[in-house]
Design a protein. Structure first.
Length: 148
């Protein structure tokens, strides 16, 4: 059974509001998901598979103990552990496709885990994926689109 992922900011397959992109305030959107029995924590990875140089990571956040993330989580928010995005920064970096490159898809993937990840702030998406092996209970995703 897949996790149902939703946002008040956009629906699956719809355009991500400017507010959550590099053209706007570049704040993370609120997202929520269905709880998974026995899940000790959740991780979220946001990626753009349509980037010119290959999949681009926009957000890595883990050791989440609720079934939601509020809007506008800052890089220094001590409630969660955030990783390094492909902008070279810790925290959320919103959609920012090259101008004229057409519509890109942004996947907000949620992973339910049997325990917290023993990784530090600044971990990469690949490090999180590796650490999740053997801990993954379920996953789900929400996809939004954006173009410039």
């Amino acid at each position: 059974m897949a996790i149902t992922v939703e946002s008040k900011a956009f629906t699956n397959g719809s355009r991500i509001p400017r507010r959550h992109t590099c053209d706007g305030e570049d704040v993370s959107p609120e997202i929520s998901w269905s709880k998974v029995n026995c899940a000790a924590s959740y991780a979220v990875i946001v990626e753009d598979p349509d980037a010119p140089m290959g999949t681009f990571v926009h957000w890595v956040i883990f050791n989440i103990h609720d079934a939601f993330l509020q809007e506008g989580i800052r890089p220094d928010d001590g409630k969660y552990v955030q990783g390094m995005n492909d902008f070279g920064k810790i925290g959320y970096g919103g959609p920012c496709p090259p101008r004229g490159h057409g519509q890109h898809r942004y996947f907000f993937r949620v992973y339910a885990l049997t325990s917290d990840l023993k990784l530090k702030r600044g971990a990469t998406a690949n490090q999180v994926r590796e650490a999740m092996k053997g801990m993954l209970l379920d996953s789900g995703e929400l996809m939004g689109v954006y173009s410039r």
